[in-house]
Design a protein around this ligand. Structure first.
Ligand SMILES: Cc1cc2nc3c(=O)[nH]c(=O)nc-3n(C[C@H](O)[C@H](O)[C@H](O)COP(=O)(O)O)c2cc1C
Length: 230
């Protein structure tokens, strides 16, 4: 009876370990899955298939992330615009005034403009509003690239240098503005990937026109994203 009990314990422990090893997570005894330390000295480490931690919607978002230039002009509901803006630059921890995206030394330097048919709007993430700054349709002025004339709306990400005075020189400031902007852009891509929308990150935009249109005094239009059904 004692032997049977011991046998059951040993089998349970080794099966748990085996399962953990398969999933590449620590086993019940807290040890690292076999393989990580034993292959560390190899010149080439053959990785397991990228499956662990990539279940469900996270995998779908990453699998579908892509640039789409062929956008439809069909109007999109405000609900979609609201969720997209929150994903790109909303507050996910409002009690700490912190956003979905990180920023170097938490400067939160971006002004996010939405170009709609009826005008240009500034996103206020705190109040969840779009505030009109310019009237009329200026979507095609963002860039000569054809997707801007077609997309129902476009987002323009503007770095406001007044919020970046903590950086010791303009080289650092410009570097971090570009890095921070990448996070916003990727959120837009991922939201689109999850919602059957198309978008393209565009660096080829008309910054002089945007500077005048948006009255940018101390800052730079970094990237624009036309968004539409694909
Ligand atoms: C910073 C940046 C600027 C880009 N600028 C443009 C652009 O002005 N016009 C354009 O059509 N695509 C632009 N792209 C999209 C790239 O061409 C695209 O990401 C690349 O071809 C890879 O395709 P994928 O996004 O589907 O992986 C830009 C991408 C990045 C990251």
């Amino acid at each position: 009876m004692k032997k049977l009990f011991l046998f059951v314990i040993v089998m349970t422990l080794s099966l748990t370990g085996l399962q953990a090893q398969k999933k590449n997570v620590p086993s019940a005894d807290g040890k690292a899955p076999q393989g990580i330390s034993s292959v560390a000295a190899e010149k080439v480490i053959k990785l397991p298939m990228p499956e662990v931690g990539l279940d469900g919607e996270f995998r779908t978002a990453l699998k579908n992330r892509a640039t789409t230039r062929d956008l439809k002009s069909e109007e999109l509901p405000m609900e979609i615009i609201s969720s997209l803006l929150w994903s790109a630059y909303g507050f996910n921890r409002p009690e700490e005034q912190k956003r979905v995206v990180p920023s170097a030394i938490n400067v939160q330097e971006f002004d996010i403009y939405v170009f709609l048919e009826q005008g240009i709007y500034l996103y206020d993430a705190q109040r969840n509003t779009l505030n009109n700054v310019v009237e009329g349709d200026h979507r095609a002025e963002i860039s000569k690239q054809k997707h801007f004339a077609v997309a129902p709306f476009s987002i323009v990400i503007v770095a406001n240098y007044d919020r970046m005075t903590k950086f010791k020189n303009t080289e650092d400031r410009d570097f971090y503005a570009a890095v921070d902007c990448g996070y916003v852009s990727q959120e837009i891509y991922l939201f689109c990937a999850m919602n059957d929308l198309g978008t393209v990150a565009c660096g080829g935009i008309d910054r002089d026109i945007l500077k005048k249109l948006l009255k940018i005094k101390n800052g730079k239009a970094m990237l624009a994203h036309p968004v539409g059904r694909r």
